[in-house]
Write a protein that binds this ligand. Structure first.
Ligand code: DAH
Length: 358
């Protein structure tokens, strides 16, 4: 007996091609691949074929089977697409596309730059790798200052510069003050320098890389009232219109006098009391719960002061003719204060549940 596999293949293809609906195709599938279908009946006839030819015919029937399976699957896809095309439900909600969000640090940088630009400050970005000379010497910091230790500052391997000394990862944005004085050569200067800074610390309020924004204003007759005015304006614009600022005496090498700036707590509006407790209590005090964010009504923003005459001299500016103020605040820190974030490491976790909230 002979089996004409080529002829059987033609028949099978005809069947598939002529199935014009899904239900017809399923019937065809049973007729071709079912227990009593064409392929199985061909396989059953194999035993009647002369032994020399049996192997080749068997191989051909199996190849036909694979081809039929592929063709049926392709046709199934085609027919179900047709159904979809015909039955589009235009009232169904579309599949939503996940959109990304700007990182909270990027958002804060944009907001801060925009607030200071309204006061006439120009946004600058200075190098992330800095010379020791600019980061310390020109800022009136003695060679023995502890910030110059290698557990406070990260040094970069390489030949030291004959004048500028060793290369370091910028530990603060304050060296931008000197770079800006060098760039402009002459006041008026109104700069906001925003950049990455590096210090080897890692805990709930410190990451080894963080961001600072440094304000610098130098002109004739600049005094502390201008500083206080600019800080008040920033605090109200960024944290909310009821925010108050206060200056506390402090010490920095590059400013004289120096201060730390506090803002009234954004969570308890400077009262130090977060809410009245509903727990039973007898005296009025028992009903008050201390604000967990500030404990005292004030939050520390960062350092500021009137630019030290030695710093103006390093920048090539005459301290008799000109005076100025400066400040340096942490970006991660101001966002934490604004929203009550309690762990700085969240910013760098890559966790979208946190990052998409801003
Ligand atoms: N550079 C200081 C730091 O990183 C912050 C600072 C304090 C900047 C006082 C200033 C300033 O401009 O006047 O801790």
């Amino acid at each position: 007996m002979e089996i004409d596999v080529t002829n059987e293949k033609k028949k099978a293809i005809d069947f598939i091609v002529n199935s014009s609906s899904l239900s017809e195709l399923i019937k065809t599938e049973t007729e071709l691949l079912g227990r009593n279908g064409l392929i199985n009946s061909l396989l059953k006839q194999l035993k009647n074929i002369i032994p020399e030819k049996r192997k080749t015919v068997g191989i051909n029937i199996n190849a036909l089977k694979q081809e039929v399976i592929t063709l049926i699957n392709q046709k199934k896809q085609l027919l179900s697409q047709k159904i979809d095309d015909k039955n589009i439900d235009v009232t169904m909600p579309g599949t939503s596309i996940k959109t990304g969000t700007l990182h909270p640090i990027t958002i804060a940088i944009t907001e801060i730059s925009s607030i200071f630009s309204k006061l006439g400050f120009i946004r600058m970005s200075y190098p992330e790798v800095e010379w020791e000379y600019l980061a310390f010497d020109t800022l009136n910091m003695p060679k023995t200052h502890p910030a110059r230790d290698d557990f406070e500052t990260t040094f970069v391997n390489g030949e030291p510069h004959p004048t500028y000394g060793k290369m370091i990862l910028t530990p603060h944005t304050s060296s931008g003050q000197i770079r800006e004085m060098w760039r402009l050569k002459k006041p008026p200067i109104r700069m906001i320098n925003i950049g990455k800074c590096y210090r080897p610390n890692w805990d709930a309020t410190h990451t080894p890389m963080f961001h600072q924004f440094e304000g610098l204003c130098v002109d004739t007759d600049i005094n502390i009232t201008h500083l206080k005015g600019a800080l008040d304006y920033f605090a109200k614009e960024y944290f909310g219109e009821n925010t108050q600022t206060r200056l506390r005496p402090h010490h920095f090498q590059f400013t004289e006098p120096s201060f730390e700036v506090d803002i009234s707590c954004t969570m308890c509006q400077g009262t130090g009391i977060l809410r009245q407790s509903r727990d039973s209590g007898t005296s009025q005090d028992d009903l008050k719960v201390k604000c967990k964010i500030c404990k005292s009504g004030w939050l520390e923003l960062g350092g500021t002061g009137m630019v030290h005459p030695n710093v103006l001299i390093s920048g090539g500016i005459d301290p008799i003719k000109y005076s100025g103020w400066a400040f340096g605040f942490g970006i991660e820190r101001v966002i934490m204060m604004k929203y009550g974030v309690d762990d700085i490491r969240n910013y760098y976790s890559g966790d979208m549940r946190f990052l998409s909230q801003f």
